[in-house]
Design a binder for this molecule. Structure first.
Ligand code: SF4
Length: 208
């Protein structure tokens, strides 16, 4: 990683924090640790709690996600220090009348993708880890989780050739990964992730 790359990323995140492009999104814009990495984790959108912590995956879903990663060599602190955490949308979309988190609109997703595109140009990630359906659908054709979790795909994303290893959303509201075949498929996905060269590289860098 060059100092220029690092400075460019930090400038990028400063600009991102000021983004107000989507009138129906609720700030603040949530940004990650400014780390240049070959591993790009793509979340969906922050929940209502992330704003007070000022970082992605700061609440219960994050706790589950980082427990998964601990089984393949990185605890939360290490992961945040060596992997980049992006998202389909970087602001909280608000709640629906039914009380769930609103799914971002197609326009919001495409507007926010311009930030992700810049991150891909800068970092040229080798491995994308999309977490949850909305994130997975940005990189892979729509398909049931049973057919895509536990597999590795090769895609071109924002002009970069990348491997994609999707994960289910670790939300407490999701039951998919808590019962079969989700339990087995999640274990297979984590095995694939742990044995990927880009993952091995960030595990090594976390230990050095
Ligand atoms: S969701 Fe993305 S594009 Fe929309 S206001 Fe937030 S940072 Fe900007």
């Amino acid at each position: 990683m060059s100092q220029i790359q690092q400075q460019t990323l930090e400038n990028h995140l400063e600009q991102l924090k000021k983004c107000t492009a989507c009138p129906n999104m609720i700030g603040p814009v949530i940004t990650p640790t400014p780390v240049i990495s070959k591993v790009y984790l793509c979340g969906q959108a922050p929940g209502p709690r992330e704003g007070s912590f000022g970082r992605p995956f700061a609440w219960t879903a994050g706790k589950t996600l980082f427990k998964w990663f601990e089984t393949i060599g990185l605890n939360e602190e290490q992961f945040r220090a060596v992997a980049y955490i992006g998202a389909v949308c970087r602001c909280f979309p608000g709640k629906t009348k039914q009380g769930g988190d609103r799914v971002p609109s197609t326009l919001e997703v495409s507007t926010c993708a311009s930030w992700m595109s810049r991150e891909f140009q800068l970092m040229k990630p080798e491995l994308i880890v999309p977490v949850g359906r909305l994130a997975i659908e940005q990189f892979l054709p729509i398909a049931p989780l049973n057919e895509i979790i536990g597999k590795k795909f090769q895609v071109e994303a924002f002009g970069q050739q990348c491997d994609v290893i999707p994960l289910p959303h670790p939300s407490g509201a999701s039951t998919w990964f808590k019962r079969e075949p989700g339990i087995t498929l999640l274990a297979e996905a984590l095995t694939l992730l742990g044995s990927h060269p880009a993952w091995a590289e960030i595990v090594n860098s976390a230990g050095s």
